[in-house]
Write a protein that binds this ligand. Structure first.
Ligand code: AMP
Length: 397
């Protein structure tokens, strides 16, 4: 029996799950918050036992990893007796540039590539590397696997990933579209192929990952042919706090009018825009919808703009693939927001989509929400990035 530890490091956080690879059960999961700042805290959730909270200073990720391993082996709150029971560690890593299109067992070369991509993922890649090195130090000899968020997008054809800017910027700096949420898009597209019984060789699938971060992918035979995020996760759909597509001249205009730097405006586009920016209410879609239902016009505008852009992208991807066999919804909004799905699908009747409105009320499990007569299958497929990382890890070690 193989137990895999899945690690997702952010700049000041570390999320983990210990997964039994045979049963695919989660044995424990948890979160370290405020690493490197005051008030660090570990919340450990062993399955079938009570939550266990450790409030202890975590000066860096190395200490966080040690506390996680202590919690996993704790005699009261733990789920294993010895860290030797962990056979491998799978790490979510943001960016591998154009180097890796698959997950890979970490060695010195892999770490070098992750380091070389710091510029492309300045918030995530350094944290991801620290997480890998902390696990190597705490569990010497245990294989570490890097699972890249950009891997799925690497199969995009050149016409989809090139920006129409001087080619030398692509050649010199790798400025192109990469796409993100790759682990989720890959997992959900595979699940969709199985669940909707599609031809794995040539089926055309659109996955709508609609959460706080949101992106859409188009894939043929399980290979990504286009996806909405770009050089960074800012491009594409309207998100919780991210603007998605804007005319780049908007940046210059705000800089001039508000006397701000490019970095400041980029920060605004990343953190203060999206449905938060339009509504002024919240980045959380539930709050925005609540405000809309109470008559808030800006909240209504935010939701309508969000839905409109999803419909537009689906249309673009149907065109890009010259057809579509199935559309899948996933992530916080995609899995749970019955009304958002209804609104999106009501803009796609031209595709011959017929919604099963009863089935669409279900949540949290793989569900076909189109009728048998529908020309395109539509389903809800809960994403599970941790399980996807654990599966990739097991496959490699
Ligand atoms: P994620 O980033 O995938 O965790 O998704 C988070 C987003 O999903 C938040 O904006 C939530 O408001 C939204 N969400 C979660 N549950 C629901 C729900 N039942 N209805 C509408 N939105 C939801």
């Amino acid at each position: 029996m193989m137990k895999v530890l899945v690690i997702n490091c952010g700049s000041s956080s570390l999320k983990y799950q210990l997964i039994d690879s045979q049963t695919e059960e989660v044995l424990a999961k948890g979160l370290c918050e405020r690493i490197g700042i005051d008030g660090s805290k570990l919340t450990h959730k062993p399955t079938g036992k009570e939550d266990y909270v450790v409030e202890s200073p975590m000066k860096d990720h190395q200490i966080a990893v040690k506390l996680v391993l202590d919690a996993l082996t704790d005699k009261d709150h733990g789920v294993i007796t010895d860290i030797k029971e962990i056979s491998a560690v799978g790490h979510r890593v943001l960016h591998a540039g154009q180097v890796y299109s698959d997950s890979i067992v970490v060695n010195e070369d892999v770490k070098r590539v992750i380091r070389e991509c710091f510029d492309l993922g300045p918030l995530h890649n350094p944290a991801n590397l620290i997480g890998i090195e902390a696990c190597e130090a705490a569990m010497p000899g245990v294989p570490q696997v890097a699972v890249f968020d950009t891997a799925f997008g690497q199969s995009m054809p050149k016409k989809a990933y090139l920006y129409a800017i001087p080619y030398e910027y692509y050649e010199k700096y790798g400025i192109r579209r990469y796409g993100f949420h790759g682990t989720s898009h890959s997992f959900v597209s595979k699940e969709t192929i199985k669940f909707a019984n599609l031809n794995p060789e040539n089926c055309k699938v659109i996955v709508c990952h609609l959460g706080n971060g949101a992106s859409i992918s188009a894939s043929i035979g399980g290979k990504c042919v286009d996806t909405s995020m770009g050089l960074t996760p800012l491009e594409g759909l309207i998100m919780g706090t991210r603007s998605g597509d804007v005319d780049p001249a908007v940046v210059q205009y705000i800089c001039n009018k508000e006397n701000k730097t490019v970095d400041e405006v980029l920060n605004i586009l990343n953190k203060k825009s999206g449905v938060l920016g339009i509504s002024g209410v919240s980045s959380d879609f539930r709050d925005v919808t609540k405000a809309e239902n109470e008559g808030n016009e800006r909240a209504k505008a935010a939701n309508e703009a969000f839905i409109y852009r999803v419909i537009k992208y689906i249309g673009a991807y149907v065109a890009a693939m010259n057809g579509v066999d199935a559309i899948a919804f996933t992530a916080g909004v995609g899995e749970n927001d019955v009304n958002a799905r209804e609104k999106i699908l009501s803009g796609l009747t031209y595709l011959g989509i017929e919604v099963d409105h009863e089935a669409n009320k279900k949540r949290g499990e793989n569900t076909m929400i189109s009728t048998p007569a529908s020309k395109v299958k539509v389903c809800v497929i809960p994403t599970n990035e941790e399980l996807a990382i654990a599966r990739e890890t097991v496959a490699l070690v």
